[in-house]
Write a new protein. Structure first.
Length: 171
């Protein structure tokens, strides 16, 4: 069974204290975004709300980015915070988009997740607290880290070629 286990459809809580930026560090793009669950529900799709606010998981090999090779920057689908560059994306064989590093250490917050009878590191958007996926220590060089993300938590803003042939990020 893969490390990124599907959930049973219920919201999950955490029994351990916050480990990183979610504890109050300022994310790269400024102040944290605070909204009520009702406000989040009104601006996210039902699937996004389930994964990003109720800490659900999309099924492997079903998300729109698991096999994407396009260049660009992956942003939080809830608040637009830049999270991962396409250059750090790789095929982990798990069926979820996987990255070996975020765009900056401050972009992704972590919490200890002790649900489903195991201890894992949960990845959260540092700006809005949205659940992104989990982090494992079985990734490739240079970091040895695998950020195993849910596609529905991400928004790829693709690079476009300019007239001079250089890549330009859109968004």
């Amino acid at each position: 069974m893969d490390h990124h286990d599907a959930d049973d459809g219920r919201a999950r809580g955490h029994s351990a204290a916050t480990d990183s930026a979610a504890a109050g560090a300022t994310p790269p793009n400024g102040a944290r975004i605070e909204k009520s669950e009702r406000e989040w529900e009104s601006c996210l799709t039902p699937e996004q709300f389930h994964v990003m606010r109720e800490k659900g998981t999309e099924r492997a090999f079903t998300g729109k980015y698991w096999n994407t090779k396009e260049k660009g920057t992956y942003h939080c689908a809830a608040c637009g915070e830049p999270l991962f560059a396409s250059e750090t994306k790789y095929d982990s064989g798990t069926g979820w988009p996987s990255f070996w590093s975020p765009v900056s250490p401050e972009a992704v917050a972590t919490e200890t997740d002790e649900t489903h009878g195991m201890r894992r590191t949960e990845a959260l958007c540092a700006r809005c607290g949205a659940h992104l996926g989990h982090i494992f220590d079985d990734g490739p060089r240079p970091t040895g880290t695998r950020y195993c993300m849910n596609s529905v938590s991400l928004d790829l803003r693709k690079e476009q070629k300019t007239r001079g042939g250089e890549d330009e990020k859109t968004g």
